[in-house]
Design a protein around this ligand. Structure first.
Ligand code: FE2
Ligand code: FE2
Length: 168
């Protein structure tokens, strides 16, 4: 992950969320190949950087993207049906939960609520929401491919060793 913790400007916009005790609990929840906290930070920091590049509201993007999966249900033990329901409904859970701890603007609410579109039915209203929706998808594919990437790098190392041995 990019070094978000060295980016003082980014941290100044989200530190109250990162320091929230309830939010920190997401570190213990399995999400893709890692944990939900790392996933949320990844989506938030990349979205923040792109929002700055496009001259969008980077603060709202950083905060809402950080909260987009802020719910503490761990779906590891869920049935298939429960997993599907959670996949569709979790933006609503995240919004409800986020509102308990933080004040949200209409744009931040929209970013959280629409981040699963088109699987979820809430259509993004802002460019910022479309962007976080897309970056969440990219981050998810990246995280889900961790094992494959690890196996590929192991296979590459093995291939190089075989080639080097053959060149001797
Ligand atoms: Fe999500
Ligand atoms: Fe997500």
């Amino acid at each position: 992950m990019k070094k978000y913790y060295e980016d003082k400007e980014y941290l100044s916009k989200v530190c109250d969320i990162l320091e929230n005790e309830e939010f920190k609990k997401m570190e213990n929840i399995v999400h893709h190949e890692g944990n939900r906290l790392d996933h949320s930070i990844r989506v938030s920091y990349h979205s923040y950087k792109w929002a700055k590049f496009f001259k969008l509201d980077a603060t709202k993007v950083a905060r809402a993207a950080l909260l987009h999966d802020f719910f503490l249900e761990d779906n590891q033990s869920f049935t298939k049906k429960e997993k599907i329901i959670t996949m569709i409904k979790h933006p609503e859970y995240a919004l409800e939960n986020s509102k308990k701890y933080f004040d949200l603007s209409p744009m931040e609410e929209d970013i959280i609520l629409s981040h699963m579109f088109p699987i979820g039915s809430h259509i993004p209203k802002y460019f910022e929401s479309w962007m976080v929706d897309f970056i969440d998808d990219v981050a998810s594919v990246y995280e889900k491919s961790t094992i494959v990437r690890r196996q590929l790098s192991t296979a590459t190392c093995f291939l190089i060793m075989v080639l080097v041995n053959n060149l001797r």
